[in-house]
Write a protein that binds this ligand. Structure first.
Ligand code: NAD
Length: 311
């Protein structure tokens, strides 16, 4: 079994590559464009016997077709992933997240791939005041990032209908853990708290997210890859909901810094108030989270603050 993992030099992708290599016998071919968000060193220390890295873009039809010809399955993590950047300029999001996914889907059809896992996000559903989203709820993306991810979900599922491509889609909640880019909430809070800088929190900090430790997400993605029903969507959420200000307080406590560092700043336009997922369908496959928020955060802080050579 040989897997093409796109975006494998990014945060979740690199954790997934490590997970698959340690928990299965699969070989992995990682394709990553090494954008500002990708870092080749996220894959440092991985033995080369079952892993190969190719620097390249998922929108490159020739390269993608050549690589897909040599694999059995595709797991597509590659994406522009930062909401704030999509508000400043949506074009790269359309290119990577929509056109890139379509390029991979075409190659998957051409080479008769036996599994295509499209990695999506809870953000495609939009916000929800109360209750939880199930996989059949309509999509109401409210920022350009989420809109491009929703488009990719529709494309992937349409290839299942029209080309009989064995697609599965995962929609996970907010991930945190080692190797996350410094622009994202938790790494940014850890970095600033540990150096005594203020922690900028959008609005009044009451926005709620469901936080999942990255390793729990990787285990869920791989379970869906192996056992998920073709043509289906699986939500991946821990059930652990926290407001942004609660997350900031937890980071300050873990780092040993004062709550006085919290600073409320102007809200992000179109900031979704709350996301929450019903993950019953995934749990029926036998998955449950192994990491509590506190355990995951302690590990994340420890990994981020230890000297690079010891990570
Ligand atoms: P990330 O930004 O850390 O990593 C993305 C990776 O994709 C980077 O290594 C980047 O170089 C690569 N990439 C971007 N465009 C590319 C292109 N055109 N061709 C090849 N490689 C390209 O993102 P992440 O947080 O690891 O997210 C991975 C996936 O999971 C994304 O699809 C994202 O939408 C989804 N997701 C993330 C979260 C989260 O909380 N981080 C939650 C739900 C879903």
């Amino acid at each position: 079994m040989r897997l093409l993992v796109t975006g494998g030099a990014g945060f979740i992708g690199s954790n997934y590559v490590r997970y698959v290599l340690s928990e299965t016998h699969a070989e992995v071919l990682t394709l990553d464009a090494l954008t500002y968000a990708g870092d080749r060193s996220n894959l440092d220390g991985i033995p080369e016997e079952r892993h190969e890295f190719v620097e390249g873009d998922i929108t490159d039809r020739t390269l993608v077709s050549e690589l897909v010809a040599d694999v059995d399955q595709i797991v597509n993590f590659a994406a522009e992933s930062h909401v704030d950047r999509s508000i400043e300029g949506a074009r790269p999001f359309v290119e990577s997240n929509v056109a890139g996914t379509q390029t991979l889907l075409d190659a998957a059809v051409e080479h008769d791939i036996d599994r295509f896992v499209q990695i999506s996000t809870d953000e495609v559903y939009g916000e929800i005041e109360e209750g939880v989203f199930t996989e059949t709820d309509p999509l109401h993306p409210r920022n350009p990032y989420a809109a491009t991810k929703a488009a990719a979900d529709h494309l992937a599922l349409s290839y299942h209908e029209t080309h009989d491509l064995p697609v599965v889609v995962t929609r996970s909640s907010n991930n945190f853990g080692p190797r996350q880019h410094a622009e994202k909430l938790i790494p940014k809070l850890i970095q600033r708290a540990s150096t005594g800088k203020s922690l900028p929190i959008y609005g009044d900090g009451s926005n709620v997210r469901e936080w999942i430790y990255v390793e729990d997400n990787c285990r869920a993605v791989d379970l869906v890859r192996r056992e998920g029903a073709t043509g289906e969507v699986y939500n991946i959420g821990s059930g652990d909901e926290r407001t942004t200000v609660e997350v900031a307080r937890a980071v300050l406590e873990e780092v040993g810094a004062s709550e006085d560092l919290i600073e409320f700043v102007d809200d992000r336009p179109g900031h979704d108030q709350r996301y929450a997922l019903d993950s019953t369908k995934l749990r029926k496959l036998g998955w449950e989270p192994k990491w509590s928020f506190a355990e995951g955060l302690a590990r994340t802080v420890e990994r981020q603050l230890q000297p690079e050579r010891e990570r």
